[in-house]
Design a protein around this ligand. Structure first.
Ligand SMILES: [Zn+2]
Length: 357
């Protein structure tokens, strides 16, 4: 249903435009090629029903029957991650790809509970990811932050224990945020009030976010704002159902981290064109565009930008506003934000001037 052309000039502009990613699960960046490599390295026998080659795997990922079908593959994928080096390699592959897509700042999710329940030490997970964040910074000049997510299908007490076992990483500034993911509807935000309150009280500088309004309705978004006191909402697509909420998001400048291609793959909408992105833009609700689980959903950050462009035909001026909102809503310091604002201006001038000439 693409209505607008993404010309070569526009594609180069979108690639070069300094982008920030706020919604990507590192475990969801496990490409089939790395999956098979790690399975071999760790002597893991994949289930008989699992695809046997990179090609078969890619093909299978193109036709998930539903959310559960995706999750089944996702958890088998996770089972090949064993050592600190595995977590490091996974994150480095993502940072390399994000860098080649023109992403300058990434705030990445990880799910420690999904590893701890497989008897992997939480330190192994965090140290591998943290080393990759540092190395990506020196190799590519990108800035990167880790956001620990709690799996909402597990009890809140388990979430609280996970926060306790990661406490030294919050204290040392190695983890920068708390998030909430996994199946939304049966596990509303209010179940996790205590987990969020604990972080807010003990680590006041830590960013708070939560997946809300993807399969849940707009009340999941307002409850996350009211009870969990998050400053950002992951997805938040269903916010458009309530005018008051939309005004609130605009006034408070609460960033929604949208994931267009993921929404299509998981059948939130049939096509990117159905997403209320134009409405968010018109009502000044800030949003960023992200990849969610790119190895499974067929696209990294630039693919998502292009998909939005071909449906909404934003002008370069409008794309500049989107990039600026992404920087404003990031959890990097003011100096880094200033650097990125200036870079946006440079890229915008380079491309907008070429068009005028
Ligand atoms: Zn997500």
């Amino acid at each position: 249903m693409a209505q607008f052309e993404c010309t070569e000039h526009m594609e180069s502009f979108l690639r070069e435009l300094p982008k920030c990613e706020h919604h990507v699960h590192l475990e969801g960046t496990l490409e089939p090629s790395l999956l098979f490599k790690l399975a071999k390295r760790n002597n893991i026998t994949l289930p008989e029903s699992f695809p046997k080659s990179v090609e078969e795997c890619t093909d299978r990922y193109n036709r998930f029957a539903d959310l559960q079908d995706f999750l089944d593959h996702y958890y088998i994928g996770m089972s090949v991650l064993i050592t600190e080096n595995d977590f490091y390699d996974l994150a480095m592959d993502y940072f390399a790809k994000a860098h080649s897509d023109g992403c300058h700042h990434s705030e990445v999710f990880f799910d420690p509970q999904g590893h701890v329940e497989r008897n992997i030490d939480i330190d192994t997970v965090i140290q591998g990811f943290h080393r990759a964040c540092k190395d990506a910074n020196s190799k590519y000049g990108t800035t990167n932050k880790l956001i620990m997510c709690l799996l909402r299908h597990l009890p809140a007490e388990n979430g609280l224990q996970t926060i306790h076992s990661a406490s030294k990483y919050y204290e040392d500034g190695i983890i920068h945020g708390l998030g909430l993911d996994s199946s939304e509807k049966p596990f509303p935000p209010e179940l996790f009030t205590e987990c969020y309150a604990h972080i807010k009280t003990n680590y006041p500088g830590i960013g708070l976010t939560a997946h809300a309004g993807e399969e849940g309705d707009h009340t999941f978004v307002s409850t996350s704002l009211d009870l969990l006191q998050v400053s950002r909402i992951d997805h938040g697509v269903n916010s458009h159902q309530n005018e008051e909420l939309m005004k609130r998001l605009a006034t408070q400048e609460t960033l929604l981290s949208l994931c267009p291609l993921s929404n299509v793959k998981l059948q939130v909408v049939k096509d990117v064109a159905e997403l209320p992105i134009a409405k968010f833009f018109e009502m000044n609700v800030p949003f960023s565009i992200n990849s969610d689980d790119p190895a499974y959903f067929g696209g990294y950050i630039l693919d998502n930008y292009k998909a939005v462009h071909t449906r909404f035909g934003f002008t370069m001026e409008q794309w500049k506003v989107i990039a600026i909102n992404g920087i404003k809503g990031s959890w990097c310091d003011d100096d880094r934000k200033q650097e990125l604002f200036e870079l946006v201006e440079v890229v915008y001038k380079k491309y907008a001037v070429t068009i005028d000439a």
